[in-house]
Design a protein. Structure first.
Length: 143
């Protein structure tokens, strides 16, 4: 069961690659159509100025998938290596992944900040729950 915690990791990596393809399929045509060289986007602030909202939202989401999810990846891999991932943590891992996918869809389409925040909060709570369960198990073993 412990390695089941890696399934949501693989799904989130796959989702990140879907967003990568989406980003490239919107960004590259826009750059070519508007004769903007990739070098002109060397800094994140350049992207914000040169790309319109639609293309920038997908790019921003791709970046977001490399921020907090790194904590999720580290935690899930640590749980798998330690062999301590329980069914509650696996369920919370799937909640985390689902929240990130929904967050992405919202951000890349209609981009309601409050809707995004709701799913960011749900995912963050799932991540906290995963850690809390692990720490509680340590305390019960040593307590």
């Amino acid at each position: 069961m412990e390695n089941s915690i890696l399934e949501p990791v693989i799904v989130l990596v796959a989702w990140t690659l879907v967003i990568f393809v989406w980003m490239m399929s919107t960004r590259l045509p826009y750059l070519m159509k508007n004769n903007i060289s990739a070098q002109e986007l060397q800094n994140a602030s350049d992207v914000a100025v040169k790309l319109p909202g639609k293309e920038r939202r997908v790019s921003d989401n791709y970046n977001h998938l490399h921020e907090q999810p790194t904590l999720f990846y580290a935690l899930a891999i640590a749980l798998a290596l330690a062999g301590t991932a329980g069914s509650s943590q696996i369920l919370l891992a799937w909640v985390y992944v689902a929240s990130r996918v929904i967050h992405s869809i919202i951000q890349c389409t209609y981009n309601s900040v409050m809707h995004r925040f709701l799913f960011f909060f749900v995912g963050s709570a799932a991540l906290v729950g995963m850690v809390a369960i692990e720490i509680a198990s340590w305390i019960s073993v040593t307590g």
